[in-house]
Each structure stands twice: as C-alpha cells, then as structure tokens.
Design a protein around this ligand. Structure first.
Ligand SMILES: [Zn+2]
Length: 383
C-alpha cells in the first residue's frame, strides 16, 4: 500500500473513534497499540489517575539518543450544536477534500505517522522515530506532561519534537502560552432595594471582570515580533451567578483566560489579578464575613519560544525547505517539550482555520505533502 492509501485507511479508523475530550480515548489507544504490536513494536501507556484516558508512546528503530518525536493529541473538540453536512465520525471525501472531526486537528498527522511505521521499520534507521500521542490537549494540555516527563528522563533522550498541529506543513517556531482561571465570588443575599445590607456577588465580580478587560486593553499596545495579535490577550469565557433581579446575588463565578507570548508577562498579569482579588476579598469580608473571593488556576500551558538554532528548528527547515519565522496565537504541546529540555517546533498537515469548525476538512494535497515529509524524515534518520 502506498503512503497515501495507508494514511487514509488509518485516518478512517481514527476518525471513527469519538475522542471528544470529555470521552475516554482508550479505544483509540488500544487500536494503536494493536497496530504497533502487529509490527513487533512495544508501546507504553501513561494513564490518567482514574485510568480512563491514556497517552501512548513508542519508539521505532535503534535504542539510542537523538530520536525525533512525532507528537500529536488524540482528542478532538465537540461537534455539539454544529451543522455538519455529513457524519463527523465518518471520513468522507468530496471534491478533493476529506471531511470529519479531527481531520485537520489533528488525526491526519497521527495517521501519517502510523502509516510510515512500516517504512521506518524497513529503513536502516540510525536514530529512532518516536511516536507520542496524548489526551486532553484541547482542554488545556492536561495529558501530555506526564508522558513528556518520561520521555525527557530517558537516558536515550530524543533530540527534537515535531508537534503536528495543522500549519499547512509550514514551520511554526513559537506559540503563546495560556493560563485559565476560575474565579468564585461569594456575597450575602438580601433585597435588592437595600444593597448595603447584603453583598451582591455579581456586582463585586464585575470589578474583577472589569480588571481583566482593562488589562486586555492595556496589552493591546504590546508588540512581539511574529505574533498576531502581537501581545497578550485576555478574555472572559463564562459567567454564572445570581437568582433574580430583586435578590442580591450570593454567588457569581467566571472563567477567564490569558494568552501571552512570554511567560514573564503572564506572571505579571496573574500577580496583578491576584492582588486585586485579595483586596476585594478583604473588602467583602468586612461586610459579609462568610463571603469572599477565590481564584483557582485551572491550566497553565507554557508558550514555545523561538530557538533559531535548535535541533527541531534545523530539522524542520531541512525537511520542508521553509525558512520563514512564524508564531501562532493558539497554545500547543510544543512549549511543554521545550520546557522539559527537548527542542520542539510545530508542523503538520491541514489548516488551523478548519480546526474546531463544522465540516472540518483537509485537502488531499496536504496529506500528500505530509507523506513526503515523513519519507524525508525517515531518510534523514537513516543518514
Ligand atoms: Zn490541536
């Protein structure tokens, strides 16, 4: 079977697993384990605490340092409420495009990697090709850290990571980091005609929400080469609270996120927010001792910083011929690898513009480019 036919065959199987992040990914992982086992390749699961989800990694080739990791997440975003023209869990082809949830983000990359396992086994590899498939990427890169820690602790540590998020096979050298927070404000109920006899949690939470908006506006002036938008961004994604127009709300909670080109900026923004929250907490407690503010950081995904001379950068440039410097605003797992001491870049088939959309698609030509990339990688690992 050619690389393309094998890739499409595997992609059909991968798309059929509904690996929306809220579901277990174990059926997909078991399928990949079998696929590798049939080829004599041992793989290792790194499971979550309750065993309902797992990362999987495997090495093909000699057990030496200097391997190249092909990294991808197995989970996908929900299709709830989206108008799809065809079943999102059935790969379908229309007019040179393949449709299905995850075809761009990012099961085509996983399929390409698996479809080239046979070629890698047949090649005289001098350094290993390492597959690293994660879970829960879409809800804050929660799964990968445990697997990355194992990979980074190996005596035969890999030299470079290619994270196959959809970049239309261009090399992306940097991504923003993202932190998300849940903020809970508790007040005291009362009649809204006597606002000073209680504490409206909604009215108090508004002050902190205004601070998020204010910090976001201030950051608009900041420019970081290659990023678009150029500086940090902050948004509030969800607000809940209150009971009725004439009741002072006892509870109000909101979730916000902060996306920064640099980790240090996120530290400053988080510290300023926490300072304001601590002050508001004290003010509320004066009027309602049982009330207050709590701030919980839900996720903290580090950004990927540009490392022009890294092994990952050099490798990806050689494989693609792409010499431009690009940065993306979304977060990915590349920053986690970099922070663990394994250089990483992002390069994968399909476009981020189709990711998370109804009728998510990928062009056949992107699969073809991806297959050529895998063949060149295997050649390079054999040199
Ligand atoms: Zn993705």
């Amino acid at each position: 079977m050619s690389g393309i036919a094998a890739t499409l065959d595997i992609l059909t199987r991968l798309i059929a697993f509904d690996t929306t992040s809220r579901n277990s990914n174990l059926e997909l992982i078991a399928w990949v384990e079998d696929f590798l086992r049939e080829r004599g390749i041992a793989s290792r699961r790194v499971s979550n605490a309750d065993g309902t989800k797992a990362n999987l990694y495997a090495s093909i080739g000699p057990d030496v340092a200097g391997g190249v990791v092909l990294s991808g997440h197995t989970d996908v975003v929900p299709v709830d409420g989206q108008p799809w023209a065809s079943d999102p869990w059935t790969l379908s082809e229309r007019g040179g495009r393949f449709y299905g949830r995850g075809v761009a983000d990012m099961k085509s990359f996983l399929a390409l990697a698996l479809a080239h396992v046979d070629a890698a086994r047949a090649a005289p590899l001098k350094r290993p090709m390492v597959l690293a498939f994660s879970y829960d990427e879409e809800i804050g890169c929660l799964g990968a850290p445990a697997m990355i820690a194992e990979l980074a602790a190996q005596s035969n540590k890999p030299a470079a990571v290619i994270v196959g998020e959809p970049t239309s096979m261009k090399v992306v050298s940097a991504h923003k980091g993202v932190r998300t927070f849940t903020v809970e404000v508790t007040g005291r109920e009362g009649h809204s005609s006597l606002p000073d006899q209680g504490v409206s949690a909604v009215m108090e939470a508004l002050k902190l929400m205004a601070l998020v908006a204010e910090m976001g506006n201030e950051a608009r002036g900041e420019t970081h080469a290659h990023f678009n938008p150029p500086g940090p961004t902050m948004t509030i994604g969800k607000v809940e609270g209150g009971t009725a127009s004439n009741i002072l709300a006892r509870r109000c909670s909101f979730i916000w996120d902060c996306r920064c080109p640099e980790q240090a900026q996120a530290d400053v923004i988080e510290a300023r927010f926490r300072g304001a929250a601590t002050q508001l907490d004290a003010e509320i407690k004066v009027r309602a001792p049982e009330g207050g503010v709590s701030v919980m950081r839900r996720t903290n995904t580090p950004g990927l910083a540009i490392e022009r001379e890294s092994a990952a950068e050099t490798l990806a440039r050689a494989l693609t011929g792409d010499n431009e410097t690009r940065a993306v605003a979304y977060a990915a797992e590349a920053g986690l690898f970099q922070r663990a001491g394994i250089p990483a870049i992002i390069c994968g088939p399909g476009s981020i513009e189709q990711a998370h959309q109804p009728d998510e698609w990928i062009e056949r030509t992107q699969i073809e480019e991806g297959a050529a990339f895998m063949r060149r990688l295997i050649e390079r690992l054999s040199a």
